[in-house]
Design a protein around this ligand. Structure first.
Ligand code: SF4
Length: 263
């Protein structure tokens, strides 16, 4: 195993800026094969990524975390996307039901500390169970979402999962997203048409007013300090000293280096 840091990706990230999302998805598939998957909560951008996989026939599994307190509309959207886009969506679930968790720890999502713990148990830990199965996760974070995502790189190391996040929509603008959805009639969570700009658990998501930031409806009861669940490492930390461990030939492939084994 060899180390690949965020800093090592700087030149490649710059070169990737000119590629389309479809080209980036193809790069992920060609580079990682079946050790790449899509990670999506199936919101607007995630649904677009799924449509792109379908339209380009890029055979990638989709990982979807069901916290078991999602809106029914979200689960219906998942089922529609799986069926109509012919995608293998793997649903990951927490160890404890919400009832069992509440009996053991109390109602966590009502305090900032509890939210962190609850999101960890119901979102991050289910994903972590897949650690070791994938070297790359294709995701849908966009700079256009603002806040901590305003500088999200296309390629980001994910030390927790020890894999590379490939944010194929990083530089896709709001207008490009809207145009793609319209042009391809992308399957969307119906809650997006009811004022929900972003959609998470039913306990912690509300619609937003037209003049509010997109993420104002997430953890509204906690105030603006609890903006993210933590499942995406770039939401929490933008340092360049983070690193992951991958086989050297794979790192060479990622970085486009030729490996010469002739002695
Ligand atoms: S969004 Fe709320 S209910 Fe869902 S996992 Fe996080 S704290 Fe728990």
């Amino acid at each position: 195993m060899a180390s690949l840091s965020q800093g090592d990706l700087a030149d490649l990230n710059q070169a990737m800026e000119g590629r389309t999302p479809q080209e980036l998805m193809a790069w992920a598939k060609n580079t990682f094969g079946s050790r790449a998957a899509i990670l999506s909560a199936l919101q607007r951008a995630g649904a677009v990524v799924c449509h792109m996989a379908h339209a380009t026939k890029t055979d990638l599994e989709v990982l979807f975390v069901d916290t078991e307190v999602l809106f029914p509309e979200t689960l219906t959207t998942r089922d529609r996307i799986a069926k109509e886009y012919n995608l293998n969506i793997i649903t990951l679930t927490p160890e404890l039901s919400m009832e069992a968790q509440t009996a053991k720890y109390g109602v966590l999502y009502l305090s900032p500390e509890g939210q962190t713990q609850c999101c960890d148990m119901r979102k991050s830990q289910p994903l972590l169970k897949m650690k070791g199965k994938y070297d790359a996760l294709v995701a849908s974070l966009r700079r256009g979402d603002g806040e901590k995502r305003s500088k999200v790189p296309i390629l980001a190391v994910d030390p927790n999962m020890n894999c590379l996040r490939v944010n194929i929509l990083a530089n896709f603008t709001d207008q490009q997203l809207a145009d793609y959805i319209k042009e391809h009639n992308v399957i969307l969570n119906p809650l997006h048409f009811q004022g929900y700009a972003t959609i998470g658990c039913n306990r912690c998501t509300t619609p937003v007013m037209p003049d509010e930031p997109k993420r104002a409806g997430r953890w509204r009861h906690l105030g603006p300090w609890a903006m993210y669940c933590g499942i995406n490492p770039t939401d929490l930390d933008r340092g360049t000293d983070r690193a992951i461990d991958l086989p050297q030939p794979l790192i060479d492939k990622i970085l486009g280096r030729k490996t010469d084994f002739v002695i």
